[in-house]
Design a protein around this ligand. Structure first.
Ligand code: NAD
Length: 361
């Protein structure tokens, strides 16, 4: 199979970590008889430097021609970078929001995996983390409270602010389907999180999710109130497989879930639209404090590339091979500086990429 992949190297550590993910993708492609065609795309600060704007129509058009896009992080140091002298709509981050919108990326996936070897970095008690955990937060990204009508008015002389939370059944159905499809490739369990004891939007959410579940008899569906879910994530994260939720709940729960794994350099993410297309990127930022030093952890980007193979190209075996290679380097004691601990072997960005690529072949 020929994989047509758009590549946004991004800013800061972006080019360093993306280079390692491409190295690993090439190793997986070679091992399993595929070829990778990469199209370089500009976004964020790198685009400002060339075109004066963080996103061009050309980048959007080229991205749409690709099967998926792999991205490093974008942005710079807000105190020192000239990009932040520009008005907010012309800064690097504006490009990211605009490309998500232009590509209609409504489903955000953030896996939170605690590898047994890294459980020392997890802030939870040892009896909770024993054996590690592997869950996926699936957050609706283009609806709900963050996109509803808002206003601030004076009522009877008192300042009053309104934000509205709106979902229609189509918006709920399309993300629920994505969540069930993804659960079919994982542990076959979906926990749909809402606040159906209070909110109408949550009651509609629950109704539509139950309708979608009828087409997936193999999936175990449970509903959980968001306040309980926030507790359960720290009490017993092992109970979860796919956690499906709306925009604001997902914003909060995905940060909570990623923090319990302990390391930003390990966290992959993906944003998907209605087709197989997705944008795959590490959850962390461009880390300008360590850019160019060759010490950034490339694993989040490498795991994002594995998600790309699984969800955009349906190459499960190849994705498994990358994930197993990551688990193997950790088991053998190799660590970048951010996850380093006593008695382990410290390696740089490129060496980590080399090791993972070599374990695939
Ligand atoms: P950051 O995630 O870049 O850095 C926070 C800390 O984590 C830093 O100490 C950094 O060195 C460390 N870190 C991050 N990724 C790492 C990795 N792979 N390996 C080792 N250490 C790593 O967050 P920030 O400093 O708040 O933001 C820096 C820039 O990134 C800003 O311009 C911000 O807007 C941007 N940003 C971009 C994205 C994105 O592209 N999706 C996301 C978040 C932040």
């Amino acid at each position: 199979m020929n994989l047509n992949i758009g590549v946004i190297k991004g800013d800061g550590i972006g080019p360093e970590i993306v280079a390692e993910a491409m190295k690993v993708l090439d190793a997986a492609a070679k091992t399993y008889g595929h070829t990778c065609d990469y199209t370089q795309l500009l976004l964020g600060g790198a685009s400002i430097d060339v075109h004066g704007v963080p996103l061009t129509d050309e980048t959007i058009a080229e991205a749409k021609k690709c099967g998926a896009v792999l991205m490093g992080s974008i942005g710079g140091d807000a105190k020192t970078s000239p990009w932040y002298q520009l008005e907010p709509s012309k800064r690097p981050e504006a490009g990211l929001l605009a490309i998500r919108k232009a590509l209609n990326l409504f489903a955000n996936l953030r896996p939170a995996i605690l590898y047994d070897e890294l459980k020392g970095a997890c802030p939870l008690k040892e009896e909770i983390t024993e054996g590690g955990f592997d869950l996926m937060i699936m957050r609706e990204l283009t609806g709900g409270l963050y996109f509803g009508e808002r206003k601030t008015v004076k009522e009877d002389g008192v300042l009053t602010a309104y934000d509205s939370l709106t979902y229609n059944e189509n918006e709920i159905r399309r993300i629920a389907k994505r969540a069930f499809d993804i659960a079919m490739k994982r542990g076959k369990k979906v926990t749909s999180v809402d606040k159906a004891n209070v909110l109408d939007s949550s009651r509609l959410w629950r109704k539509v999710v139950e309708e979608v579940a009828e087409d997936y008899p193999e999936i175990a569906l449970e509903h959980m109130l968001v306040d309980n879910c926030a507790m359960q994530l720290v009490k017993n994260p092992k109970q979860f497989d796919v956690v499906l939720t709306e925009n604001m709940f997902g914003d909060i729960l995905s940060d909570e879930a990623s923090m319990v794994t302990g390391s930003i350099g390990m966290l992959a993410s993906a944003s998907l639209n209605e087709t197989k297309f997705g944008l795959y990127e590490p959850s962390g930022g461009s880390a300008p404090d360590i850019a160019g030093k060759g010490i950034a952890n490339p694993i989040a980007t490498i795991l994002s590339a594995a998600m790309m193979l699984r969800f955009s190209f349906d190459l499960d075996k190849e994705a498994d091979a990358i994930e197993s290679a990551v688990a193997k380097v950790l088991k053998e004691g190799y660590r970048t500086i951010d996850i380093m601990s006593e008695g382990k072997t410290q390696v740089g960005t490129a060496e980590m990429g080399d090791l993972i690529a070599s374990y695939i072949a």
